[in-house]
Design a protein around this ligand. Structure first.
Ligand code: T3D
Length: 259
């Protein structure tokens, strides 16, 4: 049987492809376990960027509802969130390297919010983002109620959550939900070029940047200024910072090593 997650190693970065195309890459426990293992493995210094995408015509349809179809009593969905979805979002945010998401098709439910948890989101023009939870009586999870209002503002976040209205990629770009909508035929080329570029950049600096941005929503300006001071202290001690300054002074491109 084909793996539910395809891991492709490129020079300095890895491509992770959700691979249950006949279910629009909906999550079952196997896919969760495989993705968790791949993200943990991506902590390796040899990997300096990650690209997450989906096989087939969808990106991810969230939880596989087939696994929830024959319930005897009321299920404890909190247990699934605790075991799988929350750790996934935490892994994506905590990974000390950029995660690019190429949303190749529909992203629904947790599938939409997992895309939003990534650092840079590109989407095919034909892709849609759907907070599908309203249609089955659930609450946006996987950070949806955290990311949505911060990305698009409270008014849009509320309507998207309460109505489950699909958002086209171009609208998503215009609203600031994602970085960029890309022609379908160009999506993977552009996403791979972006991941490959990030893999040549000052990885420690990017990791510290990510930490600062992760902390920002919960911080006061004073706390964030203190954090920037501490992270800049750390960034200033990296070999890549010294190389960046040297390359600038010598008017040549920098050669970053990720340390
Ligand atoms: O339970 C917990 O652990 C709590 C955590 C919950 C997290 C969540 O994500 S809850 C939200 C779950 N997701 C959804 O509610 C979305 C369900 N899917 C859809 O609404 C639609 O499929 C889409 C809008 C995403 C796409 O529509 P469309 O018309 O392009 O495709 P389709 O025909 O509906 O789907 C294609 C196939 O994929 C189809 O199977 P078939 O008929 O060809 O055999 C469909 O059943 C299957 N599929 C799509 N989404 C799921 C799925 N199968 C299982 N689970 C899915 N989520």
């Amino acid at each position: 049987t084909e793996a539910v997650l395809r891991v492709t190693r490129h020079d300095g970065w890895r491509e992770l492809t959700l691979n249950r195309p006949d279910r629009l890459n909906a999550f079952n426990a196997d896919l969760h376990r495989a993705l968790a293992a791949a993200l943990d493995a991506a902590a390796d210094d040899a990997c300096r960027a990650v690209l997450l995408t989906g096989a087939g015509r969808g990106f991810c349809a969230g939880q596989d509802l087939g696994d929830r179809a024959n319930m005897e009593g009321p299920p404890d969905l909190g247990a699934a969130i605790e075991a799988f979805y929350n750790p996934l979002v935490r892994r994506l945010r905590a990974l000390r390297k950029p995660v690019v998401c190429a949303v190749n098709g529909v992203a629904a439910g947790a599938g939409a919010n997992i895309a939003l948890a990534c650092d840079i989101v590109l989407a095919a023009r034909s892709a849609r983002f759907i907070q599908a939870f309203a249609k089955i009586g659930l609450v946006p999870d996987s950070g949806g109620t955290f990311f949505l209002p911060r990305l698009v503002g409270d008014a849009r976040a509320r309507a998207l959550a309460l109505l489950g209205t699909p958002v086209e990629a171009e609208t998503a770009e215009r609203w600031g939900l994602i970085w960029k909508a890309v022609d379908d035929a160009m999506l993977m080329e552009e996403a791979r070029a972006l991941a490959a570029h990030l893999a040549t950049q000052p990885t420690q600096g990017l990791a510290l940047m990510k930490a600062a941005l992760n902390a920002s929503p919960g911080n006061t300006l004073d706390a964030q200024l203190d954090l920037e001071r501490d992270l800049q202290r750390e960034a200033g001690r990296t070999a890549d910072y010294r190389e960046g300054v040297r390359a600038f002074m010598e008017k040549r491109p920098a050669r970053f090593i990720g340390r």
